[in-house]
Design a protein around this ligand. Sequence first.
Ligand SMILES: O=C(O)C[C@H](Nc1ncnc2c1ncn2[C@@H]1O[C@H](COP(=O)(O)O)[C@@H](O)[C@H]1O)C(=O)O
Length: 459
Amino acid sequence: MTSLPPQPLSPLDGRYRSAVGELGEHLSEAGLNRARVHVEVEWLIAQTDRGFFGSSPLSTDQKASLRKVVADFGQADIDELATLEATTRHDVKAVEYYVRRRLSDLGLDAIAELTHFACTSEDINNLSYAITVRDAVRDVWLPKYRLVIDTLAALAVEHRDAAMLSRTHGQPATPSTMGKELAVFVYRLSRIAAQVEASEYLGKFSGATGTFSAHVVAAPDVAWPEVSREFVESLGLTWNPLTTQIESHDWQAELYGRISHANRVLHNLATDIWTYISLGAFRQIPAAGATGSSTMPHKVNPIRFENAEANLELSSAVLDSLAATLVTSRLQRDLTDSSAQRNIGVGFGHSLLALDNIQRGLGEIDLDLSVLAADLDANWEVLGEAIQTVIRAEVVAGRSTIADPYALLKELTRGKRVGAAELAAFVDGLEIGDEAKQRLLALTPTTYTGIASALVDRL
Ligand SMILES: O=C(O)C[C@H](Nc1ncnc2c1ncn2[C@@H]1O[C@H](COP(=O)(O)O)[C@@H](O)[C@H]1O)C(=O)O
C-alpha cells in the first residue's frame, strides 16, 4: 500500500474547512505570526517616535513600508519564518530575525537593534494572542452567533401563538407556545452575547519578569510603565500593569468560560429541537438529492442538530481545558501556555462549526401545527391544574366549600386519560361561582397557555 499524501488530522482542516476556514485568518499559526510581526513593527515605530537612544521618528513613507510588511504578509513570509525557526528553534526569535531582514530591505539597519528591544517573547506573544483572539471573536464567532440568535428570534415571533403541550420530566404538562419556548433560548443566548461583547483583552509589556529591569538599566529616565500602557492601549487592548513574565491569562479563562457557557446553551437548544423533531412538532424539509439513511429510504435525519451537539461538546472540552490550564504557570513562567494556546482555534472552530449547523438546521424545519393540536387534544388532563387553582380561589372568595381541591383533581386526573367531555361534566358539577365555571368550561388545552405569546415581546 502506498502512503497517502500529507493529510489534515483535524476535521476542522478537512471536511469542515469551508464552514470554519475564516477563523484561520486569525487563529492559525500564520495569523499569530502576522500579529507578532505587527506588534514588533509597532514597537519599532513607538520607540522611534519617542526618539529612544537618539533615534529619529520614521518618515510617513518608512512607517507605511513597515506596515505594508504586515498588510502583505503571505505564503512567502510564512515559509521564510518556518525556515528561520528551523534554525532558531524559537518561534519568536525567528520573528525578530524576520523583522530585522525587512528593516535591512528598507535600508533601516540603523534601528535594527530596536527590534524586540527589551522584550521577552511573551511581550510579543501575549499582545499577539490578545489581538488575534479579539478579532476572531468580533469578526467571526460573534457575527455567526448573533445570526443564530436572530434566526431563532424570528422563529420565536413567527410561532408566538403556536400552542403546544409542554413536557416536564418528559410528561405532559401545562401548555405553552413554541414561540415562547424558543424565546427562552434567545434570551439566554443574548445575555451571553452581551457578556462576550464586554470581554476585556488584556496585554502586558514589561520584560522578562514584569519588572522593566532591562528597560530601566538601559534608560533610567524613561517612564516605562507609562510607555508600556500607551503601547498596549495603542493596539486596542487593556493594559495589565502587574504580571510575572507572562500575561496572567485571566481574561482568556473568562472569555473561554463564556463561549463554553454559550456552547452549553446551544447544546440544550440542539437537543430540544431534536426532541421536537422526534415528537413530530417540527417537520424536516428534505434537501433535494440528499439521503437520510443508507438503508431506510423514508428517513430524514436531524443531522444538523446532532453534528452541532457533538461539536459543542468538543469545543467546550477544549475551551474548558484552556481556561483551566492557562491560569497557572509555575513561578515566573513555564511554557505550558505556549503549547496550550496553539489550540485556541480548535476550541473556537468546533463552536463555529456547531453554529453553522444550527443555523442551517433552523432553516430546514417547519412547524407542524396539526401535530401540536393533536398532542394537545390528547392531553386534556393538563387542565387539572387550572381547575384546582380556580376552585382554591373560589374557596377563598367564599363561593365554594370544596374541602381539598387538589386531592379532588388528583383523584380525577392522576395517571389517567381524561377527555374533553369528562372534564366538562366534572366542571359542570362543581360547587363554584358561575363566572368561574364558565371560564373553566371555555378553557381547552390550546387556550391554557397563560401569557406565553405575550412573553415573546420580552425579547
Ligand atoms: O523571551 C524568552 O524567550 C523568555 C524565555 N522563555 C520563553 N518564552 C517564550 N517562548 C519560549 C521560551 N523559551 C522557549 N520558547 C519557545 O516557545 C515555543 C514552544 O513551542 P510550542 O510548545 O510548540 O508552543 C518554541 O518555539 C520555544 O523555543 C525564558 O527563558 O524566560
